[in-house]
Design a protein around this ligand. Structure first.
Ligand code: GLN
Length: 240
């Protein structure tokens, strides 16, 4: 099997270790003998039609302005069609916000989103900064948040999970992130995937299934990942 990864805006939206998510996707596929290709898709570049799994990292408000413009029109439609067709995707923070209908930063025009998530984000009065633990379908997920955007999910949009530690989508409704088909959005930097291997494997499996039908990755030695996960969760709970 072969996994093709699409890294959206690698050059302009890649903060707080987000690159680690792409490395985790590649390595955990390759450790199972699955070869990989990585396409970096930046401003002005089209989305190839063979992407199985997408990653879109975070970015400061000023980076999001040009990216939001770049995703209007055909590019956003291509991404939405790939998600409708079952491609997997993880978007973090600024990328997550631009997958909604719009993001209203503090000191800039409203940024139009791609509209894959029925959600809206508006910059709030304070920045949410700190460790986060989220109870989810993949077990407890642990990461780090740093955002002023507050995200409100539409009535039919499922959250990624429930906040146990941290502020999450908006610090009010206890939700974190969003899930639509095999697309996940969240505020979890860190990077998220290296210390949450179950989620990484889920994204790889969903990405492959579109091409190969039902896929179940063989188990690998996760001792280090599990130790990192448990240590990070304990630390987040202890310092909340
Ligand atoms: N600029 C956005 C905000 O402040 C996203 C920040 C980020 O990606 N960490 O909410």
């Amino acid at each position: 099997m072969h996994l093709t990864i699409g890294w959206l805006y690698a050059a302009s939206m890649n903060i707080y270790g987000d690159r680690g998510n792409v490395i985790a996707l590649k390595r955990r596929a390759e450790w199972r003998g699955i070869s990989t290709t990585l396409h970096e898709i930046n401003i002005g570049e089209p989305i190839p039609d063979d992407i199985d799994c997408f990653f879109w990292g975070g970015g400061q408000d000023q980076e999001q302005v040009a990216v939001a413009q770049d995703m209007q029109g055909a590019k956003g439609k291509t991404l939405a069609a790939a998600i409708e067709d079952g491609a997997s995707l993880l978007a973090v923070c600024g990328g997550y916000q631009l997958l909604g209908h719009e993001y209203r930063p503090h000191a800039a025009e409203i940024l139009p989103g791609v509209g894959i998530f029925d959600a809206v984000s508006v910059a709030g009065p304070e920045r949410f900064i700190g460790n986060v633990v989220v109870d989810s379908a993949w077990g407890p997920l642990v990461g780090f948040e740093n955002h002023s955007g507050l995200t409100t999910l539409g009535p039919n949009l499922e959250p990624m999970g429930k906040v146990r530690v941290g502020r999450g989508n908006n610090g009010k409704d206890g939700t974190e992130g969003a899930r639509y088909r095999n697309a996940l959005g969240c505020y979890l930097h860190g990077a998220l995937l290296p210390k949450n291997p179950a989620l990484t494997d889920w994204l790889i499996e969903r990405g492959l299934e579109r091409r190969y039908g039902k896929v179940e990755l063989q188990p690998i030695d996760d001792d280090v990942e599990q130790l990192a996960h448990v240590t990070a969760v304990d630390r987040a709970v202890a310092t909340r």
